[in-house]
Design a protein around this ligand. Structure first.
Ligand code: IMP
Ligand code: MG
Length: 180
């Protein structure tokens, strides 16, 4: 285990099994249809890469970036577009892929914006969900794991851009926040 982690919350094996299961479910739900997978940068890069390899439907991948926490572990409530999609979403089936839903503010803003561009459908797939922290009404269509209100890193999730490369999802030690 990495020295800055207090504990491992979800192991790489549990993640792999869940990602495969989500891939099967999504493939069944979209059978015969073309899907546009939208990776919400940067946290969802590893999840997206693993998930799309379990999809049996035709899929194209695009990415979008919105502002998140910066160096703090608390949301500012301010959401900004940092990078827009490359492709038009009009008339297409969209699957927005996110690492974690916390307050829900980021995805609420993002999905409202995407819906205004007239897609055929829009669903949300998140690896992690912290339902106890929700500030807006937003439910994922596909969710890997519901987790308690702890700040987690690894498998794409960061603290101040660090720890994304860790293969497991773990809880950061409080002193690791203070050192940075
Ligand atoms: P929301 O707008 O509060 O739902 O925040 C969602 C974004 O905050 C996610 O895409 C993450 O980038 C970040 N975030 C929320 N909780 C965590 C966490 O426990 N670890 C790392 N990033 C988090
Ligand atoms: Mg982040």
């Amino acid at each position: 285990m990495h020295k800055d982690l207090e504990s491992i919350l979800i192991s790489r094996d549990e993640i792999a099994a869940k990602v495969a299961e989500l891939g099967r479910q999504i493939s069944a739900d979209y059978e015969g249809q073309d899907l546009l997978a939208i990776c919400v940068l940067k946290g969802a890069i590893i999840f997206t890469a693993d998930l799309i390899r379990h999809l049996t439907v035709n899929v194209t991948v695009d990415s979008i970036a919105v502002s998140s926490y910066g160096k703090s572990t608390h949301t500012s409530g301010v959401v900004r577009f940092l990078k827009d999609l490359d492709e038009s979403v009009e008339g297409r089936h969209l699957l927005v892929i996110e690492d974690i839903i916390d307050t829900g503010l980021t995805l609420k803003y993002l999905t409202e914006n995407l819906r205004s561009r007239n897609p055929k459908s829009l669903k949300i797939c998140t690896l992690l969900d912290k339902p106890s922290r929700r500030q807006v009404d937003l439910q994922p269509d596909y969710c890997g794991f519901s987790i308690p209100d702890k700040f987690v890193v690894g498998y794409g999730l960061d603290f101040a851009e660090r720890y994304r490369q860790l293969p497991d999802v773990g809880v950061l030690k409080p002193e690791a926040y203070r050192l940075q």
